[in-house]
Ligand binder design. Structure first.
Ligand code: GLC
Length: 732
């Protein structure tokens, strides 16, 4: 607010610039924070630190400092709930665009799309006047049973780090805080509210923390959400080691630590261990009597009492309040923020583009795909996931979308009138269509027997020119869903039998897996084409059709390993999962392809794997020197050529192996990637600058990152199990 002209008697029109500093946006942020803080009472400071409703916290009404409004979730803006209930507020203006799940975004290996994603979802949050987006999630994919893997960015800390940073930039450009979650070690849903994670420091620093560190130090995240589980015996929402020592002291985080909803269990810990805002504590919400339940929050009256009795220090209170004020100045009081937009054509286009670029062509023998509608006049689509809406369900990331194109709708919309699309259910999975009061409106009931369903699908398959089976998992409990883990690697609802029968009936079969996790494929040798389509949001069906019919040439790469059997996964093989009161990550740093490489276990599909409708050649890797010195750089160059007949994009991946480390290390680790779009016959030189930092590991005996002298190998390829070139060099 600029100078304020006030009438000072006798009609004086002289302007007196008495705008308080905290309201004067020309003032430096920290000055505004201090000024606001100096004007606040003890009670007002404490009121900033806890919820006043399900998703909001108080501002300072007396000073004109607004409330903070939070919203789920990482894939879209959650529909409004009641003041103090999870139930729907039944607004009619809060349908949104559902963007693809973050596994799909990660599978694009395209940081530019991550920025587009963040920008778009940030615009929707801004338009809905939300100050904090409760996302993105970057918990590492430790095993394929974790119910919430679909919300995260895969098994590799480098990929997750590169992909989370632009998302945050995009969101925060809208004056909306990204709230990176769940910090930290929330890698299973089983006993998520209490399980104490036991993990060695190397795995903590090398695997589980890097994406959060990148989110804070490169992404500049304004908020971080603590996780439900415990680490070193303390709940992560008030965990001194994670929040005070690592996040705030070591990483220099100047934002707000927000609890997960119901993640706070103790006032003294909440006061002293780095928590700044408490949400969702399991009171019963509004309660009759002296005060409502929010006054009973740990950081409410109980904290005020400790402060008044001198049992909690004021300096810590002021630090919390400063952080919340900084959040408010960056968001609600940021007068330069844009106005956002909701369900715009641009958002729909972004959702479709990210979905299409994230889908992974896992197998395509005989070039079954893309389908040629000149030859395929009758296309049979089979499977419940071809018709079941997937934007509803799965927990807090569930959405109410303006419209969701299902795979069947997308395929039907993509073909002309001269192609007949037939649908058969094939199997019945979960016919429910509602979550938290959001109804899909679909009636998926089908009382045919399993035998009948398969017989009907087989009969139709025999008459079709091509068959597309769309199955996988869904957002139901014990599938890809918050609050519970999967119970098996295999597909549920008898899908394997359907796929086997279809493969028998018609060899021109493509299987599309809709999931956020790896699944077993016992039928893989009898199915020529397989696509991982993820949960790809509002435009799922259109994006899938784009890939099926070749309008989009798939370029996605797996962000996590598909093991053949569950026992091939490190956490399962080494134990411990799901553990009891504690769960020990005995596999340490050997997560995902790090495990498969070291133990020579052939995956079903490897981390980084993904095919194209064209082919690429990756030439020899050349380096400009064979010795890397401290502070120096080795430039690695490699040619990539499109040797096929149509334009496409390849993700050139750089892995580095330490051939002479004193401590155990994986065979190789992802240290660089670049997605290159090429026309047929076109060649591009891709360069990577290798620095000593890329060679480091966390030496837990010294508590620091070290790069040991010795020989290293740079591997360049199109997947972790598809290395096309390698070259050795030394670190002096
Ligand atoms: C949930 C989730 C968290 C979500 C929050 C609010 O339990 O763990 O990701 O943002 O509560 O819904």
């Amino acid at each position: 607010m600029g100078a304020v002209a006030i009438l000072c008697g006798a009609g004086c029109r002289e302007s007196h610039d008495d705008t308080p500093i905290y309201l004067d946006k020309s003032q430096p942020m920290e000055k505004r924070v201090e000024d606001a803080l100096s004007r606040m009472t003890l009670e007002e400071k404490v009121a900033l630190l806890h919820a006043q409703s399900k998703f909001s916290s108080a501002g300072v009404p007396r000073l004109g400092i607004p409330e903070v409004w939070c919203t789920d979730g990482p894939h879209g803006i959650r529909p409004e709930v009641l003041w103090d209930e999870w139930d729907q507020a039944k607004w009619t203006n809060d349908s949104c665009t559902a963007f693809p799940a973050l596994t799909c975004l990660a599978a694009t290996w395209n940081p530019g799309l991550s920025d587009l994603y963040g920008q778009s979802i940030g615009e929707e949050a801004r338009y809905r006047e939300k100050d904090v987006l409760l996302g993105p999630g970057v918990n590492i994919y430790r095993l394929p049973l974790n119910g919430r893997n679909f919300e995260y960015m895969g098994e590799d800390p480098y990929l997750a780090s590169r992909m989370v940073v632009p998302y945050i930039h995009g969101v925060q450009r809208n004056g909306v805080a990204a709230c990176v979650k769940h910090f930290a070690l929330n890698n299973q849903e089983t006993r998520r509210n209490s399980v104490n994670v036991v993990v060695d420091d190397r795995a903590l620093y090398e695997i589980y923390l890097p994406a959060f560190k990148a989110a804070v130090q490169e992404g500049g995240a304004w908020a971080v959400m603590g996780s439900y589980n415990r680490y070193k015996g303390e709940h992560c929402c008030h965990n001194s080691y994670l929040l005070n020592d690592i996040l705030k002291r070591d990483w220099g985080f100047d934002g707000v630590v927000i609890s997960d909803w119901g993640g706070v269990h103790d006032t003294r810990q909440a006061a002293a261990n780095g928590l700044d805002m408490e949400f969702g504590t399991w009171t019963d919400g509004l309660r009759d009597g002296a005060s409502n339940a929010y006054d009973n929050y740990y950081l409410a009256q109980p904290y005020l009492k400790l402060l008044r009795e001198g049992k909690a220090d004021m300096a810590t209170l002021d630090d919390k309040a400063r952080r919340v004020l900084r959040l408010i100045f960056r968001t609600a009081m940021n007068t330069d923020k844009p106005f956002g937009s909701l369900n715009s054509p641009e958002h729909i286009a972004a959702a479709r583009r990210i979905a299409g670029e994230g889908m992974v062509l896992l197998k395509n023998d005989g070039d079954v795909l893309p389908l040629d509608t000149e030859k395929c006049r009758t296309i049979l689509v089979v499977g419940e996931n071809a018709i079941k809406m997937m934007t509803v369900g799965g927990g807090s990331s569930s959405l109410k979308v303006r419209h969701e194109y299902t795979p069947l709708e997308g395929i039907e919309a993509a073909v002309g009138d001269d192609v007949k699309v037939v649908y058969e259910r094939g199997y019945v999975g979960d016919v429910t269509g509602s979550y938290n009061g959001v109804e899909t409106g679909q009636d998926l009931a089908d009382n045919r027997s399993e035998k009948r369903l398969i017989a009907d699908a087989v009969a139709a398959a025999r008459k079709a020119d091509a068959v597309i089976f769309v199955g996988g998992l869904n957002k139901s409990g014990h599938q890809d869903c918050e609050g519970a883990d999967r119970k098996q690697l295999g597909l549920p609802y008898g899908q394997d039998k359907v796929i086997e029968a279809l493969a028998e009936a018609n060899p021109n079969l493509a299987v599309v897996i809709v999931s956020g996790n790896a699944v077993a494929m016992p039928w893989i040798d009898r199915v020529p084409a397989v696509v991982e389509a993820w949960y790809s949001g509002s435009e799922a069906g259109n994006a899938l059709a784009d890939v099926i019919f070749g309008k989009v040439n798939p370029s996605g790469k797996l962000p996590f390993t598909f093991p053949v059997r569950l026992e091939d996964n490190a956490a399962i093989a080494m134990g411990e999962y799901p553990g009891g009161a504690s769960v020990e990550y005995r596999e340490g740093i050997f997560v995902g392809y790090r495990w498969h490489d070291t133990r020579h276990i052939e995956p079903l599909f490897a981390f980084g794997h993904g095919l194209s409708y064209t082919t690429f050649e990756i030439g020899n890797a050349r380096i400009d020197r064979t010795t890397l010195t401290d502070g120096g750089t080795i430039r690695l160059s490699v040619e990539v050529t499109n040797t096929g007949k149509r334009a496409g994009a390849e993700v050139v991946q750089l892995y580095i192996g330490d051939d002479s480390s004193s401590l155990p290390r994986p065979v190789k680790e992802l240290k660089g990637f670049e997605k290159v779009a090429l026309n047929p016959g076109e060649t591009r030189t891709v360069t990577f600058d290798i620095t000593p930092e890329a060679l480091q590991f966390y030496d837990d005996t010294r508590g620091q990152w070290v790069a040991e002298k010795g020989t290293f190998t740079a591997y360049v390829g199109a997947a972790s199990d598809d290395i096309r070139a390698s070259v050795g060099f030394d670190l002096e």
